[in-house]
Design a protein around this ligand. Structure first.
Ligand code: GLC
Length: 635
């Protein structure tokens, strides 16, 4: 084949695969589908090039591709008419998820609604709140009682029986779709649970399945890898490996019951691709690509964010374009900001969590100084066209201070010391702290630590400090308006507090993230329409922000432009629309603050604040802002 360009090689390979497909009845059927063939034709080169790069050293590379394309074709044949209709609709409106109508919610099925039927029953509430995007935390079969909140998956095709079954998930997806709500579930790509059938066969010594994981006969290779890898859950086990009962060592980045898959084996790629397309056909709209940073390992590297991970994601993405075209990816990479953005690309992950903005919102609340978040918006906010941030105030996980030390240094802050301060502040070990968080994975050996807590508890509602409500709403105003999709951890919109009951549960007491995963806060929800109550005030404030977002066209899309306020306590950013702009200002200080009139030169005399409906004079005497006030000026 030497002398052929990659394109010519791909075409030759495609022709070979089509010939091979003709040999089976399934293959013949697939070849009759023009739609499929057209999509295959458009995307094959991506899959081929990546396969050739990752697996080309193997003699069976092309045969692996034949099997992969056959699997894709079968999956497309099984895709229901409703989903195919959606595929067409979204292909003709490819940036549908950039709309200002998008508002997300996330919850655990069991904790929030008991089971899938319970989630269905909550659809009227989701509509009341204005959700168009619902992320259900992992809901698949998993070990009991230890399963890392479901992130240890034992089967990607079976729902945890305590929550329902796969048909109920399919029905729920349909009902949500009818209600205008997309469904998001996690695709836990990096690892399976130790109870997954692949894992069990591997543990029993079966060579084919052992090759799906990173298993070594002794400590030599593991120790060599561990010279460079980071400890992720040091409370559970040191290093990256655990020992199997038969004496072998297996890679386990997270908990000891989560075993990392070996993607250098194409059988793993094919197996996970099949699971992905199976779920796509259940009606999942977005996959949250869990822990992507860890998916590829190479000796003498930290085995995080390696270039091959991007290739894997692109290949998975191309398979969706072929066999489930409306499905999109959201990356979960809670890593250094340079790496977070590396996953965001129309051909890789169209959406990404914005952990930097999330963490820096809390940083600014603690320091009463918006410099770091302003710098992040200025420097790190704009991502490729057609891609969007998922902006959140907090998630089901801990909060880690993943800012760049170099960025911090430019503002005169030493990253290590600043993280120490933030950890102390948010776990109430700093005088005068309003926050009531709990340390997570406090590692005295490395000095690493993160924090857990609900929005309300971190913002001061639990400690009873002044300004808690204002801090909550200020944080949400940023998530709602910076561009991309805002995501609410459900229950936070009614001010739910930390739940310390995890300390009484042996299977949870060692993982403080359970403090911020409370059960459905029934009493808070019951008060949500009563604005004399705290839950009612939080709800009214957030609902108002949602309504504003949905009626403000400028907030669609993902672009934000920094605005220099000249006052370090006040964050400013602009959201340009077609013929107008919305300028958002947020005061992080406990005091009244002022932005000088100079900042508004060249702007209109006055503009309306969408939040209050008041006209605000800009050029006469500048703007005075109350403590924690946010203003959205439209001009
Ligand atoms: C992701 C999840 C987290 C889980 C980890 C391992 O980071 O958000 O909850 O512990 O992956 O799957």
């Amino acid at each position: 084949m030497s002398g052929l360009s990659i394109d010519q090689q791909a075409r030759a390979a495609e022709a070979y695969i089509l010939q091979e497909l003709k040999k089976s009845d399934d293959g013949k059927k697939i070849l009759q589908d023009e739609d499929f063939q057209a999509r295959l034709n458009m995307n094959f080169i991506t899959v081929f090039a990546i396969f050739a790069e990752l697996y080309g050293y193997r003699n069976d590379c092309l045969d692996q591709l034949v099997d992969l394309i056959l699997m894709c074709g079968k999956s497309w044949q099984e895709r229901g008419p409703e989903l195919r209709k959606l595929d067409k609709q979204r292909e003709s409106d490819p940036e549908w998820y950039m709309s200002n109508q998008m508002v997300g919610g996330v919850c655990y099925v069991d904790r929030y609604a008991k089971n899938l039927q319970g989630v269905k029953d909550k659809i009227p509430y989701f509509k009341e709140l204005g959700l168009t995007y619902l992320h259900l935390m992992p809901l698949f079969l998993c070990p009991q009682p230890l399963n890392d909140g479901g992130y240890a998956v034992s089967s990607y095709r079976d729902v945890d029986p305590a929550l329902g079954d796969i048909n109920q998930l399919r029905e729920l997806a349909t009902e949500l779709r009818e209600a205008g709500i997309s469904l998001i579930v996690d695709l836990v790509f990096n690892h399976t649970s130790n109870e997954h059938k692949w894992a069990q066969k591997a543990a029993a010594g079966d060579p084919e399945h052992s090759a799906m994981y990173w298993i070594f006969p002794d400590r030599n290779v593991p120790s060599a890898f561990e010279r460079c890898t980071r400890e992720i859950f040091p409370d559970d086990h040191p290093g990256s490996f655990i020992q199997l009962p038969d004496g072998r060592y297996i890679w386990s980045t997270f908990y000891h019951f989560q075993w990392d898959l070996n993607y250098s084996n194409p059988a793993v790629f094919r197996a996970m691709a099949a699971e992905m397309l199976y779920l796509a056909n259940v009606g999942i709209d977005f996959f949250r690509m869990d822990a992507v940073a860890f998916m590829w390992k190479r000796m003498n590297t930290d085995c995080e964010n390696l270039p091959e991970v991007h290739k894997l994601l692109r290949a998975f993405n191309a398979l969706c374009r072929i066999a489930a075209p409306s499905v999109l990816f959201k990356s979960e990479a809670i890593v250094h900001p340079d790496f977070v953005v590396s996953y965001i690309d129309r051909y890789e992950c169209q959406l990404s969590y914005n952990p930097l903005q999330m963490a820096l919102t809390w940083e600014a609340l603690a320091t009463r100084d918006a410099s770091m978040i302003a710098q992040a918006i200025e420097r790190r906010h704009n991502i490729p066209r057609g891609c969007a941030w998922v902006n959140y105030v907090r998630s089901h996980d801990d909060i880690g201070w993943t800012f760049s030390d170099e960025d911090a240094l430019e503002l005169g802050k030493d990253g290590t010391n600043h993280r120490k301060f933030l950890n102390a502040f948010f776990v109430n070990r700093h005088p005068g702290s309003f926050a009531r968080g709990v340390p997570f994975q406090d590692n005295p050996r490395t000095g690493d630590c993160r924090i857990s807590g609900t929005t309300a508890s971190l913002a001061g509602l639990e400690s009873g400090h002044d300004g808690a409500l204002e801090r909550i709403l200020l944080s949400f105003s940023i998530a709602m308006s910076t561009g991309g999709i805002p995501l609410i951890y459900l229950g936070d919109e009614v001010g739910q507090l930390n739940d310390y009951s995890y300390l009484n549960d042996a299977s949870k007491m060692d993982d403080s993230r359970w403090v911020n995963r409370p059960f459905y806060p029934e009493a808070n929800y019951a008060q949500r329409h009563d604005t004399t109550t705290v839950p009612g005030k939080v709800y009214a404030g957030i609902k108002h922000l949602i309504n504003l977002r949905k009626s403000t066209e400028e907030l669609s899309g993902g672009r934000a432009i920094g605005f220099f306020t000249g006052n370090p306590a006040i964050l400013g950013y602009q959201r340009p629309g077609v013929n107008s702009t919305v300028l958002c200002l947020c005061n992080f200080s406990d005091e009244r603050q002022w932005i000088g009139r100079d900042r508004f030169m060249g702007m209109p005399e006055a503009a309306v604040d969408l939040v209050t409906g008041n006209m605000i004079e800009l050029r006469r005497s500048g703007i005075h802002m109350q403590s924690h006030q946010y203003i959205w000026l439209k001009f």
